[in-house]
Design a protein around this ligand. Structure first.
Ligand SMILES: Cc1ncc(COP(=O)(O)O)c(C=O)c1O
Length: 618
């Protein structure tokens, strides 16, 4: 099995010669504008052995995105990378991680142990990277007022040999009525299917016992030395940041995927991204300050529902089929009039860069960088919500059989290389909080994900977690540890992600084939999603016989009701409007290819087509 899961730092993907650069027109315009203002991004923060980019220097990626109507069969957003000089390359491999672990020895982290994230970093020169900026000036009063939980702090003494604790109210594990926990999982040795998991050679029963870490291992854990994690640790109270055992894995995975280009980046576990966003908004936004959150014109409805009761205003930034338009973002911020707007200039942006919910839009590398640059220019902090990051798909092609499998990534290295760089990958300021989640790629019921951000912001987040959820459930941490750490390791997890991406690609293809076959051409159009689980369909309201007599919302409602009548549920575009009080300018519906079977998806799209035809009297 290849251990060459190489991740390259941002230069490999981001820098090249002018001749090879091919930015979208919008990104190119923004880049020009930014460099005209003397804006320099990467090179300002460089140090050590890093080679960095001069301001305005073109990037090596090229992005092509083709909008298409239902009658055509064009490709989805496509991102290509070109090679760049070897001296700009910089890599961390799974082999490097394993070597570091070997040097570090067994992880000893007992009940409520504090995790030292820095000790889990592999890149040898990480300390030479610049430090993140401080964000004190945008913290809410609520966040700034949070003090450490004294009881959690006191737990740091538990590791002292011989100490008898009469301190915190941690129950003794002898009172936990669980001796062990076991699960049947696919090992990935053959396939990752349910059938493989059940089979002798493709599946394994993994177990965690109560005292595996403190006893020589018995048969249950199947290991040769004492385990690093057990139920007596996982099921007791722990640090709100998460267990050291899971955080080691998360930190290593983040370094492989994101390779943050500053030194004091950190991670912590979350109870999924829904809760993480609520906590984040309470860190950065203040009702009394009249803060505004920027997002795409259409945004994840739960995010909007989270912001509203916190008194946070939401402003939608224009978007296209690659998501938010950096130029519109720049125009909005450059022309901000505090008096006219009645609120301070926004300092927070929420975005879903890959397979955006609801539009399915995926920001190409150039688009991401241009948005980051605008945010740097206007000192805006970015919340990068990426539950669909690893479900980046090859372009849709109509004439390929729907059930055919796209060529799978052969190695974890190839898989990583195929991914569009994350915002964190070029975050020299530490102005990004990335939210990862296990929900869409493993199990939503784990209620577990993690953050990547600067130490300062992670610390504020953890202070909040201490006073609300205390981090994710110990059951979840134990179960996911058994899968991603003990059974798969980094290599196996990346293979699993490649498998998941393949499955969703097939699902997407089936749904899009059905759209091509069953939706009225010239009325319903879309861009094939290049990531995620959502398909966003535009229904041309100007062609409706009642156009001009009935509002878009009324037409949308009629089609929605007809859909229900005919037995299909789709989501109405207006549910996702960032500013629902503004008149709708287009009529949209969202369909997901996440769950229904192939035949059910096709039937559902047929019914949706019938509903549209009936409303349009076709
Ligand atoms: C953009 C986005 N963020 C977050 C979530 C929820 O993630 P989690 O299950 O980790 O709370 C979803 C789920 O639909 C989503 O689409």
């Amino acid at each position: 099995m290849s251990h060459r899961a190489v991740t390259t730092l941002l230069f490999r993907r981001c820098l090249s010669t002018p001749a090879t650069a091919l930015l979208t027109s919008s990104s190119a315009r923004t880049s020009r504008k930014l460099s005209q203002r003397g804006f320099a991004s990467l090179q300002q923060k460089s140090s050590g052995s890093w080679q960095t980019a001069a301001a305005g220097r073109p990037r090596c990626f090229s992005v092509t995105s083709t909008s298409r109507s239902s009658s055509s069969a064009a490709a989805a957003t496509e991102v290509q990378y070109e090679s760049e000089p070897a001296d700009r390359q910089y890599s961390i491999t799974i082999g490097d991680i394993e070597a570091r672990r070997k040097r570090d020895g067994r992880l000893v982290a007992g009940t409520a142990a504090m995790a030292d994230i820095d000790s889990f970093k592999t890149f040898p020169a990480w300390r030479q990277l610049p430090k993140a900026r401080r964000w004190d000036h945008i913290l809410s009063k609520e966040s700034a007022a949070r003090e450490p939980c004294v009881l959690k702090q006191a737990a740091r003494h538990l590791k002292k040999p011989g100490l008898i604790s009469l301190g915190g109210g941690l129950p003794s594990p002898e009172h936990f009525p669980i001796l062990n926990m076991s699960m049947r999982v696919p090992t990935g040795q053959t396939e990752f299917t349910e059938a493989a998991a059940a089979s002798e050679d493709g599946g394994a029963t993994v177990s965690m016992g109560k005292y595996d870490a403190s006893q020589a291992l018995g048969a249950t854990s199947g290991g040769s030395g004492p385990a690093e994690y057990d139920l007596s640790i996982a099921l007791n109270y722990g640090q709100s940041k998460g267990s050291a055992q899971m955080l080691r894995w998360v930190t290593e995975h983040t370094e492989l995927v994101c390779h943050p280009p500053y030194s004091d980046w950190s991670t912590c576990l979350t109870v999924g991204s829904t809760g993480a966003l609520e906590q984040a908004l309470r860190i950065f936004c203040d009702r009394e300050r009249g803060d505004t959150m920027l997002t795409e014109t259409y945004s994840f409805s739960t995010a909007l529902e989270t912001a509203a009761p916190l008194g946070i205003k939401v402003l939608g930034v224009e978007m296209d089929d690659q998501g938010m338009l950096p130029e519109s973002l720049d125009d909005l911020l450059s022309g901000w009039d505090v008096k006219a707007r009645g609120s301070p200039k926004p300092h927070l942006l929420y975005t879903v860069p890959s397979g955006q919910n609801p539009t399915g839009a995926t920001q190409g590398a150039a688009r991401r960088k241009a948005i980051y640059d605008v945010c740097s220019l206007h000192d805006v902090y970015i919340l990068e919500d990426e539950p669909y990051y690893f479900i980046q798909m090859p372009p849709y092609q109509r004439d390929r059989p729907a059930t055919s499998t796209p060529a799978p990534a052969q190695t974890s290295d190839e898989f990583l290389q195929s991914l569009i760089p994350t915002f964190v990958s070029f975050d020299v300021d530490g102005r990004v909080m990335r939210m990862d989640s296990f929900s869409k790629v493993l199990v939503p019921g784990s209620r577990m994900g993690w953050l990547t951000a600067s130490e300062q912001i992670i610390e504020r987040f953890v202070r909040h977690a201490e006073a609300c959820n205390q981090g994710p459930s110990g059951f979840s941490q134990a179960a996911l540890y058994e899968i991603v750490e003990k059974t798969w390791g980094h290599e196996g997890y990346l293979k699993w992600l490649a498998h998941i991406r393949e499955s969703y690609t097939q699902r997407r293809n089936i749904l899009l084939d059905a759209c091509e076959d069953h939706l009225p051409a010239g009325i319903v159009s879309w861009t094939p999603p290049a990531a995620g689980m959502f398909h966003w369909m535009k229904v041309d309201h100007t062609k409706h016989p009642d156009h001009g007599k009935r509002s878009i919302l009324e037409l949308e409602e009629e089609i929605f009701d007809l859909c229900i009548e005919k037995g299909v549920l789709v989501a109405r575009g207006s549910w996702f409007a960032a500013q629902p009080d503004q008149p709708q300018t287009g009529m949209y519906f969202r369909a997901t290819f996440a769950a229904a079977s192939a035949s059910a998806m096709t039937e559902a799209i047929c019914r949706f087509g019938e509903a549209v035809r009936e409303s349009y009297r076709l």
